[in-house]
Design a protein around this ligand. Structure first.
Ligand code: SF4
Length: 736
């Protein structure tokens, strides 16, 4: 019996009425467990092996998680989990986990700690934070985070009066893109999932986006479905990636010249009148200015700049236009490449607008229509910030998620005021921020540093106090608003009790509030059920059935929220000043930036050096999962991809170990060479996240090489503060 998600929803309704079909793999978690009998439980929850938040179902036998499956009701998983999602069990039962609170017992960085009780550790954290706030002001305490724990410590900092809170997901990843799309369409292109209708696309353009290696579950399922039904893929990548291997056009572009290609494509689309005239007329402003601005970017010029054949440039974009508007130029995700990245993202957005993809089948779906009642559980408003935060640096369009390196810079130079303490939750800053020397310098200068995490990473092991969070399989988090084509609500809830002396982040944040004398911001009630009670109140405020979520389906749809395409009854709403798509941006112009993207060449590698580019592994999430048992077995170390001709020229064999040395003389761990024709001659490529320098990570430590160590140079995007990190060059040194 074939099961679509919609079938499951139908059967879910039946199960709520008591019917159980014997041949359905999953109707209701509770009903399924009853049908199986014995000491079996099925717990619907949400995966956190990455931040896509797929719906997962944990099978628990005799109190142990024995299997994780994709939740068929949940649109992010569609009944499947990726390899990392299935390996969540490996994270849960990893012997290397942080097991109890620890307090530094020696100089910072030497790794000597003593075990502490929660009461002792939290009392110390609260005393230190209070002392720093009294002496320097609450703004002297900063927080950096990734993933779910951020919310709970954001609450602590805001309650104290600090707004110095930043997330690497902005300046080191997708913030640049989000700003560019907001400037153009008045909306981000989606956050926990890009609003890309690949299910129905006839042509998909990927610029450096290596789907299949970058494994966001539902997106990859849609991409695979698109490929199998014959959608054409245009893949722009200096490397013949997995996605390139599925493509009709592989454009092995010279790194740093993507904007040249995009501007030439825009020029062709306009000059050959291939754009959607009615759509452009109705929904956009600034067409004439764009036409004039891109006239100089001819295909001949672009061919020279990008080192792509002119014919390929022209044919690819004509193919794209042939099927417009049922096509999409994927907005991408990780955007911090060269320091001029907002304009590249703007060019992608403008090309989509000219092709009329926003709100069209196979293009970009419209935001789901759903309003959620605001819910803060009766907590009082936060006090005003003691001083304006420094998280936006000097970047006029930096978003609310903050610019992490601006916090780091202020910590080092004390300007405009001192930052003396960091709370770092769920992010390994030594592996996520460029220039590890500066991160270390900032940490060394702190009066106090507390880390909340699952594992003893290199950043955690620099902290003064380490607070061990439990894994997602052992904790509740808030109910999640899920916005795909439809809106829905999903749950994260524990499959098993927290192991060792670990605690959920909500509890840590709440207890910290109490110890800081900010009880009014703590979770209401006592004990470990307090958060579940809060979730029930949240479900009530949102009008969703908590029992259905927690016991049966783990996900509920908001009725009538799915209206993905433009119709007469469903016109698009653009959140820009003009309420239209802004091809020409007066907002950018007002701040002194190009209102239409212009091409800026980037520095090229010196002789005998290669540009370092990096990417993802399908079985790892950044550096977070390298130590996870099954995933480590699948991919233990990264390789450096080197063009075969270059390898021959340098006398290096495939599989040989080498060391990379960057322009600042920094060397990485030894790394194996993959000599291949699948990469251009002017760059080398490695998967990000390997090469841990964390002795307590028994599998990951020294496994492979650390690209971040080699990224000692970065160029800040002047619009958003995004850190361009593909500006480092390496030479290859043969091992003695
Ligand atoms: S994409 Fe994979 S790791 Fe990420 S949430 Fe989904 S199943 Fe989990």
């Amino acid at each position: 019996m074939a099961f679509s998600r919609r079938n499951f929803l139908k059967y879910a309704a039946m199960s709520a009425g008591g019917a159980v079909l014997a041949d359905t793999p999953f109707i209701s978690a509770e009903a399924r467990a009853k049908a199986e009998g014995g000491n079996v439980k099925y717990v619907p929850t949400s995966c956190e092996m990455c931040f896509w938040k797929c719906g997962a179902v944990a099978k628990v036998v005799d109190g142990k998680v024995v299997k994780l499956e994709g939740n068929p009701f949940h649109p992010q998983s569609r009944g499947k989990l990726c390899a990392r999602g299935q390996a969540g069990i490996g994270q849960l039962y990893d012997e290397d986990r942080l097991k109890h609170p620890m307090i530094l017992d020696g100089p910072r960085g030497e790794g000597k700690y003593r075990k502490a009780s929660w009461d002792e550790a939290l009392t110390l954290v609260a005393e230190k934070m209070k002392a720093i706030a009294e002496k320097h002001g609450p703004e002297a305490i900063a927080m950096m985070s990734h993933g779910s724990p951020g919310d709970y410590f954001t609450n602590v900092l805001k309650a104290m009066g600090s707004r110095n809170i930043a997330f690497p997901s902005f300046a080191q990843c997708k913030g640049i893109r989000d700003v560019a799309w907001e400037l153009t369409f008045g909306h981000k292109p989606g956050s926990s999932c890009e609003r890309v209708d690949m299910e129905n696309s006839r042509v998909i353009v990927l610029l450096g986006t290596h789907l299949g290696e970058n494994m966001h579950n539902s997106q990859n399922q849609e991409f695979a479905e698109a490929v199998s039904r014959g959608a054409k893929i245009i893949c722009v990548d200096p490397r013949y990636s997995t996605a390139a291997s599925k493509s009709a056009f592989w454009l092995p572009i010279k790194p740093g010249t993507d904007t040249a290609l995009l501007l030439a494509w825009i020029n062709i689309v306009i000059s050959e009148e291939l754009y959607d005239k009615e759509y452009v007329e109705k929904y956009t402003v600034g067409f004439d200015e764009v036409k004039e601005a891109v006239a100089e970017y001819t295909p001949e010029w672009a061919a020279q700049e990008t080192e792509l054949p002119m014919r390929q440039i022209v044919e690819a974009v004509r193919e794209l236009c042939r099927y417009a508007p049922n096509v999409v130029v994927h907005p991408g995700r990780h955007y911090s490449w060269y320091g001029n990245d907002t304009q590249r993202a703007r060019a992608v957005a403008i090309l989509n607008a000219l092709l009329g993809t926003w709100g069209r089948k196979g293009g970009m779906w419209l935001p789901a229509k759903a309003k959620f009642a605001s819910f803060n559980d009766g907590n009082p408003a936060y006090p005003e910030a003691s001083k304006p935060p420094v998280i936006k640096g000097n970047f006029p369009f930096a978003g609310g998620e903050g610019v992490t390196q601006a916090l780091r810079d202020t910590t080092i130079n004390g300007k405009p005021y001192p930052i003396k303490a960091w709370l770092v939750a769920g992010t390994n800053l030594m592996k996520s921020l460029p220039d590890q020397r500066l991160t270390r310098e900032a940490i060394d200068g702190l009066d106090f540093f507390v880390a909340i995490d699952l594992f003893p990473t290199e950043t955690v092991m620099l902290a003064d106090v380490i607070l061990p969070e439990c894994t997602y399989l052992e904790r509740h988090d808030g109910l999640f608003k899920i916005k795909t084509r439809e809106a829905g609500v999903a749950i994260r809830q524990p499959a098993v009790e927290p192991m060792y002396e670990t605690k959920p982040a909500w509890w840590i944040g709440s207890e910290l509030c109490k110890k800081l004398g900010l009880k009014e911001y703590a979770v209401k009630g006592d004990g470990m059920d307090a958060w579940e009670d809060r979730m029930r109140r949240q479900a009530e405020a949102w009008g969703v059935d908590f029992e259905q979520l927690s016991k049966h389906t783990g996900y509920v749809t908001i009725p009538d929220s799915e209206k993905p395409y433009i119709t007469e009854d469903n016109p698009p709403v653009f959140g820009t000043f003009s309420e239209k798509i802004e091809l020409y941006s007066e907002e950018l112009e007002g701040e002194g930036f190009d209102p239409v993207p212009q091409y800026e060449p980037v520095e090229q590698p010196p002789k005998n050096m290669f540009r370092l580019i990096y990417g993802r592994s399908p079985v790892h999430t950044f550096s977070r999962t390298i130590n996870t048992q099954w995933l480590w077995e699948l991919h233990k170390e990264n390789e450096v991809w080197l063009n075969k001709k270059e390898a021959e020229r340098l006398g290096i064999k495939n599989g040989q170990y080498v060391v990379l040395e960057n322009q600042d003389g920094i060397r990485c761990n030894r790394i194996k060479v993959k000599a291949t024709e699948r990469i251009r001659q002017d760059c080398v490529y490695m998967v990000h996240g390997f090469g841990h320098n964390a002795p307590r990570l028994s599998r990951a430590n020294k496994s492979g090489a650390d690209d971040q160590q080699l990224i000692s140079k970065y160029i800040e995007d002047p619009i958003t503060g995004g850190t361009g990190m593909r500006v480092n060059f390496v030479k290859i040194i043969k091992e003695a």
